[in-house]
Write a protein that binds this ligand. Sequence first.
Ligand SMILES: [Zn+2]
Length: 291
Amino acid sequence: MLNNVVQAGFFDNRVRVVCTNSTDIVKESVIRHDLSPMSSVILGRLLSASILLGSWMSEKERVTLMISTNDDVGDIVAQSNSNLEVKGYISNKKLEAVFKENGKFDVSKVLKNGSLNVIRDLGLKKPVVSNMPLINGEIAEDIAYYMNQSEQVPSAVSLGVFADKEGIVSAGGLMLQILDRTMKDEDIAFFEKTFINMDSISSLLRKKSLEDIIKVFGNPDYIEYKNSSFVCNCSKEKVLNSLITFNFDELEEMKKDNELAVHCSWCSKKYEINSKDLDEVINIKRRSDNA
Ligand SMILES: [Zn+2]
């Protein structure tokens, strides 16, 4: 889908709004990883959040959102660069559905006790890592909390993935940011109230265009269109390099397996590995061990 992200300024550019329709990206991630509806909703929300944050990053920057739990939910990871090329995975692909009384997926119940890591890689030596326990577990409020606390940008975030029996129907996210903190309380309150009174983003996306959604905040000072897509830059070479962490005995043992395949964790692409490939890995490992 073209132009699936819009960014706009309001109130003399003192307020910034980003809105994304990530339906196609979430659908693609569901197919690639073969996810259950519950796993789809959780990964879909985090992927949508990574697009919102990616749109705010500087050039050459990369942001990784990782939610970790100590139970069988495992890790959920989404990454975006400033070109809004995103990818992500959830370690438990077949989570069972848990519903709230209103029939919606109960994400906070599944992610209870989880923590959020936000890793900003600016291309410098060390990435900037923020770690915090999930305060709410619905992901949107947790991302807003991160923006408020770690980035000191007062923000409100809404994320949504709507699925029916056939699969993903709509998915997306909306972020409101107060860039000028000297704004009067009553002006900030207008934006906050407007945001709170909006319908859920997944429902709005089924009825309205991105431009029409953000016009609820007034006439934008500027509007910028961007494209986001699911992109994984994995290769057989990278997959082979990742095997170097195994020891020599394990690598020799793998050679006995005639149908060895390694899946890229980000996109689930399958790479067939033969004994010749493994010999190459063993050689590289020898060289690096001797270096
Ligand atoms: Zn991949």
